[in-house]
Design a protein around this ligand. Structure first.
Ligand code: AR6
Length: 178
């Protein structure tokens, strides 16, 4: 579908590290030094240049780590992308509403992507893996935030969903918006 700003929002099922896009967003952690899930896959396929860039960022600007909800760009190394934008999703909590932080990940990643002049941005379903966010709610926050804030120079936002369940949840939310 297209947003009021003319940005196309698409869904694909697959591995985000196989995507071709100007920006590939990483569901990182505040250390910026790698982990499992999407983060592990991005560093594995993207190669050591990404970790080297993350280490530099830690040393120069983020000594205490990147805060939850924020985003920062590095090289994409060997990935078929120009940049990786690393963002730190919130860990799911049943007792505290952290949705604003999850929305912030999408908003800040798009802000950084736009600053770089990126046209195509690929997102994973942030926080819905190791950080435990329920997929239906994670999809709702992702889609709503992107529809609200995506704007040129970004022309396409692609959600790259790893499995059928994630794809179905995003599809349901996107169709309900349309
Ligand atoms: N491509 C697309 N989606 C994927 C891929 C992939 N290659 N691999 C997993 N997913 P997660 P989080 C899906 O755990 O919940 C790391 O250790 C996965 O099925 O990658 O934000 C970081 O360093 C899920 O739906 O990220 C942090 O410590 C979604 O991507 C922590 O995990 C996000 O799962 C971040 O946890």
């Amino acid at each position: 579908m297209r947003t009021p700003e003319g940005v196309t929002v698409t869904l694909v099922r697959g591995d985000i590290t196989r995507q071709s896009a100007d920006v590939i967003v990483n569901a990182a952690n505040s250390s910026l030094l790698g982990g499992g899930g999407v983060d592990g896959a991005i560093h594995r396929r993207g190669g050591p240049e990404i970790l080297a860039a993350c280490r530099e960022l830690r040393a120069s600007q983020y000594g205490k780590g990147l805060r939850t909800g924020r985003a920062v760009a590095t090289t994409a190394g060997a990935l078929d992308a120009q940049w990786v934008v690393h963002t730190v999703g919130p860990v799911w909590s049943s007792s505290e509403d952290r949705s604003a932080l999850l929305a912030s990940c999408y908003r800040e990643s798009l802000r950084v992507a736009a600053e770089l002049g990126a046209r195509t941005v690929a997102f994973p379903a942030i926080s819905t893996g190791i950080y435990g966010w329920p997929m239906d709610d994670g999809a709702r926050i992702a889609v709503r935030t992107v529809l609200e804030v995506a704007a040129p120079p970004v022309t396409e936002v692609r959600f790259v969903l790893f499995d059928a369940h994630a794809y179905a949840e995003f599809e349901e939310v996107l169709e309900a918006q349309g």
